[in-house]
Design a protein around this ligand. Structure first.
Ligand SMILES: [Zn+2]
Length: 130
């Protein structure tokens, strides 16, 4: 059991109250009729699957029933931040890579090195789609 911070309730609640709903920050094309089949297919079906920082849409299903975003590390499962709909994440793959570069290799809480984070920051810059 672990706890997730709901930015609307303003407190940590049990994980069982929440459901993941997929990748966050996927904008619907403004003019779908103007999209090519590839662009529309990409919008509908293709999602990022990074090794490292991922921004996800979650819902507090058994609480306030509101949707919000989570920044999660897909290797350590660590939730780095939660933020409301319409807000932008303060932690991105790029910002983490910059911090690691300036601080050398960063060591996570469990003493495990987060080597994958810098790898994914380069390959998965699409993960922080706005
Ligand atoms: Zn809530």
């Amino acid at each position: 059991m672990f706890y997730i911070h709901c930015p609307y309730c303003g407190e940590h609640r049990e994980e069982e109250e929440f459901h993941p709903k997929g990748q966050a920050h996927i904008a619907r094309p403004a003019d779908p009729a103007a999209c090519s089949d590839e662009e529309w297919g990409d919008y509908l079906f293709f999602r990022d699957n990074p090794r490292g920082i991922h921004h996800e849409l979650w819902v507090h299903a058994v609480g306030c029933r509101k949707f919000f975003n989570i920044t999660r590390h897909t290797v350590t499962y660590e939730i780095l931040e939660t933020y409301r709909m319409g807000e932008q994440p303060t932690i991105t793959a790029e910002s983490l890579a910059r911090a690691e570069k300036s601080a050398g290799v960063q060591v996570a809480n469990g003493g495990q090195q987060t080597v994958g984070a810098s790898d994914s920051a380069v390959k998965d810059s699409k993960g922080a789609k706005v």
